[in-house]
Design a protein around this ligand. Structure first.
Ligand code: NA7
Length: 544
């Protein structure tokens, strides 16, 4: 921390806690409850004016989760028994309502400081404490510092020449006005066709005077199969919850299902087709992670899955040129190696007369003008420009805080040379600091709430272990994080993921090291490794 900040420390420090948690999403909520229950003094600092993590910020039209509601909640029966989502894939409004419900039930808010963005933190080795400075000027000290900032908390806005000249409104999807923005009868432009772009485009197409979608890379989006859930359906679904929650703790992706125990390469053409059809009908992420187990490792199997997806998708698009842009004959990257979004009518909207598609690979953006976007092919007049351009994902939430460890460098500086994070939860040179859903954990490949619970419980176990022995300090060792990094990379290299320019690899952010940021070996294997370390007295950490 700067000298000025250090001086201020002496004046402004008022609170001394056991734990400071950053972020009031699933991970922050779970850990607050767990650690408070262990008798620790804990506070959550949250930048938003309310709980729910990404769902506080992502309130753009159509924002909804692409995990089914039963999986997108805590597994505690005292919580799920009295809660119901009205749709299979809940909207941001319902997820927010869920967080308020959990907050009330567990009385969490009394220990959450909203509107408090953490900017800087410094470890004091003499006292083994973190000093944490926030946007409101407050400085708080705590023994442990736990970051629950999620994988999409630092929005990415690309360099678009002339953006500030645009006369209409422009917003990144994750910085959407809390009061909403009416798209009705407006000329709307959407840059980006990830999950956010797909969702906002579907809504805009229904109400806008004209919608222009600017696509750089086709989204191999899968059918969401959204449906309303009536009370009777919910009651029947709940009968299966106990088993489903048990299953998700030991599954590959933190859901209540696993990939099939069969590869596409070992079955007949007929069986392959029938299976593709079956998982397509299930919809959601099933055609991606509930299908044959070799789709993401075997080139031929992957191509078969792509061709199936392409043909299904093209059948819905009338204009052959548009169809070729949205679902090209030859894939631009292997199927499923960029995050497939879930769509409801995304491919159908391009049959509407008020919707057009711009292929940025053929006609790139030259600049944003006062009245819209100028590509190499001409001008598109717009009233509203939606930047659905993604995030500095996985690491951005952590590296945007100036975290000063004991080696004279910040976490951002350390990771500028590539991520090193033992078990994806701790970094050498940063004692008493942990992160949930961080790099080199299964984050992008696992259901968020499941990770929040499992990693949260592991962290609670570590802190309990340290506290019971009255140890003051723990820290990941440098060899352990190097070994873990090598394992994460080796797992990725055995897959097709390195072949796509995805945010899984940090490839969407100019200058970010290109490397796999997620543990691709499955949540169950990951947790087994974490538990093994714990059983061996937290192998890979120095504790004392
Ligand atoms: P994503 O999935 O990172 O999507 C961002 C989109 O923005 C993607 O289509 C990008 O194209 C596009 N993009 C980024 N920069 C540019 C520029 N400069 N020009 C044109 N297009 C650009 O973010 P989302 O918010 O949609 O979803 C994030 C995750 O949230 C999602 O994966 C789920 O896990 C939930 P590209 O593909 O890079 O060519």
């Amino acid at each position: 921390m700067s000298t000025t900040a250090t001086k201020r420390t002496a004046e402004a420090e008022t609170e001394e806690l056991d734990v400071i948690i950053v972020g009031a999403g699933f991970a922050g909520f779970h850990l607050l409850d767990r650690l408070r229950g262990m008798g620790m003094s804990v506070q959550v600092f949250e930048a938003g004016n309310g709980p729910s993590g990404v769902w506080y910020w992502n309130c753009y039209p159509g924002a909804r989760v692409d995990s089914p509601g039963p999986m997108y909640q805590f597994s505690r029966d005292d919580l799920w028994r009295d809660w119901k989502f009205s749709e299979l894939y809940p909207s941001w409004q319902e997820i927010r309502a869920y967080f308020h419900y959990v907050d009330k039930k567990l009385d969490l808010s009394r220990d959450i400081r909203f509107n408090r963005r953490v900017n800087e933190a410094e470890f004091d080795p003499a006292h083994n404490r973190w000093s944490v400075r926030s946007s409101d000027g407050s400085i708080t000290r705590a023994r442990y510092f736990v970051l629950c900032t999620g994988l999409g908390s630092k929005p990415y806005v690309p360099e678009l020449p002339g953006l500030s000249d645009f006369a209409g409104e422009h917003h990144h999807t994750a910085l959407w006005p809390q009061q909403g923005l009416d798209l009705a009868s407006k000329r709307v432009g959407v840059i980006g066709t990830g999950a956010s772009g797909v969702q906002v485009a579907q809504e805009a197409a229904a109400v806008a005077a004209h919608l222009t979608v600017f696509q750089r890379t086709p989204n191999l989006a899968l059918p969401m199969r959204q449906r309303k859930l009536d009370d009777d359906t919910i009651r029947r679904m709940k009968e299966g919850y106990p088993l489903a929650y048990q299953k998700r703790r030991t599954s590959f992706g933190g859901f209540d299902y696993d990939p099939l125990e069969k590869s596409a390469s070992e079955v007949s053409e007929d069986e392959r087709r029938a299976t593709f059809e079956r998982v397509w009908e299930i919809g959601g992420l099933a055609p991606w992670v509930g299908s044959f187990n070799d789709l993401l490792v075997n080139e031929q199997s992957n191509r078969a899955a792509y061709d199936f997806w392409r043909d299904k998708t093209r059948a819905r698009i009338k204009d052959p040129t548009v169809a070729e842009t949205l679902a090209p004959t030859e894939p631009l990257h292997p199927y499923g190696t960029k995050r497939p979004s879930l769509e409801q009518n995304f491919f159908d909207i391009f049959n509407q007369s008020n919707v057009s598609l711009v292929d940025l690979r053929k006609t790139p953006i030259e600049r944003v003008t006062r009245s819209g976007i100028k590509t190499t092919a001409g001008e598109h007049d717009l009233d509203i420009l939606v930047l659905a351009t993604g995030f500095d994902a996985v690491t951005g939430g952590l590296t945007s805080i100036d975290i000063h460890g004991t080696q004279g460098e910040t976490l951002r500086e350390k990771w500028a040379k590539g991520v090193r994070a033992h078990l994806g939860m701790a970094a050498a040179g940063f004692p008493n600091l942990l992160f949930v859903y961080g790099p080199h954990s299964p984050n992008a490949f696992a259901n968020g709430p499941t990770c929040a619970e499992l990693q949260g419980d592991w962290i609670a176990g570590l802190l309990n272990h340290v506290r019971q022995r009255d140890w003051k300090r723990f820290e990941a060792t440098a060899p352990a994080e190097e070994e873990w990094r090598a394992e994460v990379h080796a797992l990725a290299d055995a897959t097709l993921f390195p072949r796509a320019d995805s945010w899984y690899l940090g490839a969407n952010i100019p200058g970010k090291p290109r490397e796999m940021l997620s543990f691709a070996g499955g949540l169950s294997t990951y947790m087994a490794k974490c538990n093994e370390s714990a059983e061996r007295g937290y192998e890979g950490f120095t504790i004392g």
